[in-house]
Design a protein around this ligand. Structure first.
Ligand code: SF4
Length: 64
């Protein structure tokens, strides 16, 4: 499982960066930058599912 991030859908709300700054950053334009897409283990999956749920535009996701 890994994280995907689509900048075209991202209005730059920044919730992902606040929730998981080890995985996400924002570009100068404010759109999401994926720093690390790995999802290792159930605890990490649960944590990052919470982050994905915060995104108001479904720009980030967990995929197999
Ligand atoms: S939470 Fe969603 S909309 Fe906000 S910066 Fe992250 S990916 Fe973009």
């Amino acid at each position: 499982m890994h994280i995907t991030a689509g900048t075209q859908r991202c209005p730059g709300a920044g919730q992902c960066v606040l929730s998981a700054p080890d995985r996400f950053d924002q570009s100068e334009e404010g759109t999401v930058l994926l720093l690390d897409g790995r999802v290792d283990g159930e605890a990490e999956e649960a944590r990052l599912r919470g982050t994905v749920a915060l995104c108001p535009s479904q720009a980030i996701a967990l995929e197999v």
